[in-house]
Design a protein around this ligand. Structure first.
Ligand code: BT5
Length: 317
């Protein structure tokens, strides 16, 4: 009922009286008043003028499910949208829901995370209401090797969604960092649940620094607001991200990864550049030549020897 009343308030540019809402929704005036109070508690600024009625003045800066789903142009991604004010990590809850059989496209989103996860046990700083922190559950019928390329797909989708919404250009540092002016603005973490050779589900974690100040972020990080100079609408950006992820996901299921690999290379900061690669085996210096069909990075060292790396850290030289 709360959401229906909200819809009425949104559809009215001036005032809507309690009587009008009560007639249209067939509920009592006191029920309306209770729901309006609840909306106010959620952060909606609703003005009440005697004899005229209610006016919606502003909506809260929160990624509430019904705000995201309002005008969300997707078929399945985000249709089940689980929102929390705070979570340890959206990855853990999404994984749990995945095990419990959550439908494909389920999104778990939090305004802040107390134990946001990066790769290899690292931490993702998640200041409250300053970013987008969400995990998407997908159930692709792909081989394990193809699934690793969903990280590349997500990186492309994020760059494109960010540009569409903000006009800012991000570039990809292999495999999962989106950088602006050499600073990290977004990261992706992919986890999967597989049995034998079959993928049960994949959880794609997305962290974007949206309206954070540099003081709220680690060194070498930036936010869209810092780059643009203006605050960014997190709701619209979240909708755009979900739309781009779904579009590319549907594309690869139907046509394979050729186009996404091409797009990834166009947006790559790594390919064609001198890098240092660090993993548990040590360091390799050389030129990043290409990514292979599974998303592995091919590096050519100074003596012309090529090595392929599936996981590790790239330092752009
Ligand atoms: C990542 O790991 O970049 C993956 C980040 C994924 C975060 C999302 S948020 C929603 C979902 N739920 C989670 O719990 N996680 C996912 P990695 O490549 O390992 O980068 C981590 C490193 O980036 C850290 O060691 C820091 O150096 C740096 N870092 C931490 N927080 C950052 C931030 N907010 N912005 C930029 N860099 C950050």
């Amino acid at each position: 009922m709360k959401i229906k009343i909200l819809q009425h308030l949104k559809n009215t540019s001036t005032h809507i009286s309690g009587e009008q809402i009560s007639k249209q929704l067939k509920i009592s005036r006191s029920a309306i008043w209770k729901n309006i109070e609840e909306l106010r508690k959620d952060g909606y600024l609703i003005e009440a003028t005697p004899h005229l009625g209610y006016t919606l003045k502003s909506i809260p800066d929160k990624l509430l499910a019904h705000e995201i789903q309002d005008q969300l142009q997707t078929k399945f991604v985000g249709k089940n949208f689980v929102w929390h004010d705070s979570l340890e990590s959206t990855m853990s809850l999404a994984f749990k829901l995945g095990l419990e059989g959550a439908q494909e496209g389920t999104v778990v989103c939090a305004e802040g995370q107390t134990k946001g996860k990066g790769r290899l046990g690292r931490v993702w700083n998640s200041p409250k209401r300053k970013g987008i922190y969400l995990s998407i559950i997908l159930r692709p019928s792909l081989s394990l090797q193809d699934v690793s390329k969903l990280t590349l797909l997500t990186a492309v989708a994020l760059c494109e969604a960010i540009t569409k919404q903000t006009r800012l250009s991000g570039f990809i540092k292999w495999p999962n960092d989106i950088l602006m002016n050499q600073k990290k603005v977004s990261g992706i973490l992919t986890e999967l649940h597989a049995e034998l050779d079959q993928v049960r589900f994949v959880v794609i974690g997305i962290g974007i620094n949206v309206n954070a100040s540099l003081q709220q972020l680690p060194e070498n990080a930036t936010s869209l607001k810092c780059e643009k100079g203006d605050a960014i609408n997190r709701i619209a950006l979240t909708q755009e991200v979900l739309r781009y992820v779904e579009n590319w996901y549907e594309h690869v299921l139907e046509h394979g990864f050729d186009l996404i690999m091409k797009r990834w290379k166009e947006l790559s900061l790594t390919i064609g550049h001198q890098i240092e690669f660090v993993d548990q085996n040590g360091k390799v210096r050389g030129k990043a030549i290409d990514v292979d069909e599974y998303g592995g990075l091919i590096i050519e060292d100074h003596s012309g020897i090529r090595v392929k790396k599936m996981s590790g850290e790239v330092i752009q030289l």
